[in-house]
Design a binder for this molecule. Structure first.
Ligand code: 8YV
Length: 323
């Protein structure tokens, strides 16, 4: 029997690429340049499986017209808002993701951003590298103490919980959260966290607001001008979730006007574009979508995709099926 034809849209950890190449008739994207819409459409027409990442937009239009050959999209990542799920479902395409294996590393990046914005790590690093540090003085790059402050978490899934645990048990912070469904208070207490009723309840009391909800239509621009106005003026926003959860134009204006004090961002509305006005501000820390970027996690993510695609072509239920 012929091996299923699969296309991997970007370079993956070498160990995962070799397993894929052994098991499947695999096409790798050797030069690692993001595929454009035309190339993605070709990929769907010519392959039994396509393994996309967050850098591949798969809107409804790519599933329409001449019938596609692809039966499964094995997404490399837990978030899948770059795929039009309704269109995939309508065409009978199975979609899988990679939950669980990137929880700790993404929570770590949220913690890194929280500490960096609070303690002005980015500014300090830039100053030292520029050779502009003139020596210690009591008022130099004075930041905000983290211990004893309140962090508000929006979305109490795996990553929100891992972040809560770090904040409460590691850094002595009070943790409140909003989640669309009720969480057993005993379960929340395991992470040192207390559930509040609404997003605004969380914004009102938080010194740091960290987003851990999915992207896509349901949470699009959840953080808008009104929500920034509801935050404390001395509060910081942390986003390691998805860029579209934040109205970026409203965030920029809230930062410029001092409606909030600062922000730590790993994700953006139109990646890899990061607005010039954001890049010009000293009170923001900007990372290039590094949430899951460790050797261990990226390999584990790839292996999860392998497991899902292998199960699918063996006629078994993929363990991380989204639709
Ligand atoms: C991934 C992520 O690196 O898994 C996710 O949802 O945001 C990142 O950690 C990215 O999605 C790769 O496709």
């Amino acid at each position: 029997m012929n091996k299923p034809r699969i296309l991997v849209t970007r370079r993956w950890p070498a160990a995962v690429e070799s397993v894929l190449s052994e098991r499947f008739d695999t096409t790798l994207n050797k030069d690692d340049i993001a595929l454009d819409a035309g190339q993605l459409r070709e990929a769907l027409l010519a392959n039994d499986a396509v393994l996309p990442t967050v850098s591949d937009r798969l809107p409804a239009a790519l599933f329409e017209g001449q019938a596609i050959r692809t039966k499964i999209l094995g997404n490399f990542g837990v978030g899948f808002n770059h795929i039009d799920i309704a269109a995939a479902k309508q065409k009978g395409v199975v979609v899988t993701n990679t939950p669980g294996v990137l929880t700790d590393c993404t929570a770590d990046i949220a913690m890194l951003l929280l500490l960096s914005v609070a303690r002005r790590g980015g500014e300090g690093e830039r100053e030292v590298r520029a050779g502009a540090w003139s020596g210690w003085r009591p008022t130099h790059l004075v930041g905000t103490k983290v211990t004893g402050k309140t962090v508000g978490i929006i979305g109490f899934g795996r990553i929100g919980r891992a972040f809560a645990q770090r904040c409460h048990f590691g850094f002595g912070m009070d943790v409140v959260f909003y989640n669309r469904s009720a969480i057993d208070p005993m379960e929340a207490a395991r992470y040192g966290a207390v559930q509040l009723q609404t997003v605004d309840d969380v914004l009102e009391v938080s010194d740091f607001v960290s987003l851990h909800c999915p992207g896509g239509a349901e949470n699009r621009h959840l953080m808008n001008a009104a929500r920034f106005a509801a935050m404390k003026p001395e509060a910081f926003l942390i986003n390691t979730a998805r860029g579209d959860v934040v109205d970026e134009a409203a965030l920029i204006s809230a930062l410029e006007r001092g409606t909030i004090r600062g922000a730590g961002l790993d994700v953006y509305e139109a990646e890899p574009h990061v607005p010039e006005r954001l890049r010009a501000m000293n009170n923001v820390v900007l990372l290039p979508h590094l949430g899951s970027a460790t050797e261990e996690t990226r390999t584990a993510m790839g292996m999860k995709v392998v497991d899902n695609v292998t199960a699918f072509f063996a006629g078994r239920e993929p363990p991380d099926r989204v639709i």
